[in-house]
Design a protein around this ligand. Sequence first.
Ligand code: NDP
Length: 322
Amino acid sequence: MRAIRVHETGGPEVLRLDEVSAPEPGPGQVRVRVVAAGLNYIDTYHRSGLYTLALPFIPGSELAGTIDALGPGVSGWSVGERVVTTGGVGGYAELALAPAEKVVRVPEGIDLKVAAAVALQGMTAHYLVHSTYPLKAGETCVVTAAAGGVGLLLVQMAKALGARVIGLVGSDAKAALARGAGADEVICYDREPFAPRVRELTGGRGADVVYDSVGASTWEGSIDSLRLRGTLVNFGNASGPMPPISPLVLMNKGSLFLTRPTLWHYIATPEELAWRAGDLFGWIASGRLAVRIDREFPLEQAAEAHIALESRQTAGKVLIVP
Ligand code: NDP
């Protein structure tokens, strides 16, 4: 089968199209014929070596398709079922593996490409606003990269909870998309320091929470945007990781809370996975949640897909289609 493999870590050029043998599902695994793999920022961290995987590897943990084979000991699943997973192995390929316990059925009426587009970023947005810092009606949140894959979904979910949303974006076109998703205010953070503007927009008080996925270039502004005892949720490293800080910074800046969550710990049980995925599919079916697929790349153009994501050209989801 055709697959993208990384033989050594580095820039997008290390994503190479190879002919490899089909993976055999091991105990507890299913094999999926991939309709689409979702591109996520974590794929770039694996490719660059920021997060380590054993070489060589096929990137891609988010994928949707149909079950093609069952490994030993798998029950409750049948060949041909339409599924999506965020815990797959080797999604940038025609066939990929996933632990059966991390696979979710895709309801009839939901396109498999939409499922691949929403699963990882949608469940991330879901846990951030419902579990990490559960937003309440009337609270103010700041969302970095508000027109990004996670961002557009996060803005919609925060609005649905009744919060006021201040979105940070890198261009006018992205500002329009963030507003379209429901952001009450939008700040172009490349043009002006955003913390003073957030203070102004909140009457000097500051935001209750900042959901910061940009990291290195935004964390200081994020801290300066918070109210007393506000919460900084640093959940990504799009501009590089947030550096270590002393707990005394949190004291001096207003007895702040800092957390650095990851999706895997918020879908650790079958119940949590089913809850978050079920909410997403329900909201899509009822028209309450819109999923924006920015563009699709064929498998052989995986490097171009990474370049587009890392150079801030995309808004919403990017898919890789074998
Ligand atoms: P996005 O679609 O949000 O793309 C990244 C965006 O970050 C860009 O479009 C850009 O938006 C913004 N950005 C700002 N500065 C930079 C920079 N220097 N280089 C690149 N981008 C920059 O990606 P995803 O939705 O896939 O992921 C968003 C973030 O969320 C990532 O950091 C990812 O690691 C994190 N994440 C974390 C998870 C978790 O559980 N912890 C799970 C899923 C994602 P703009 O131009 O508007 O600034």
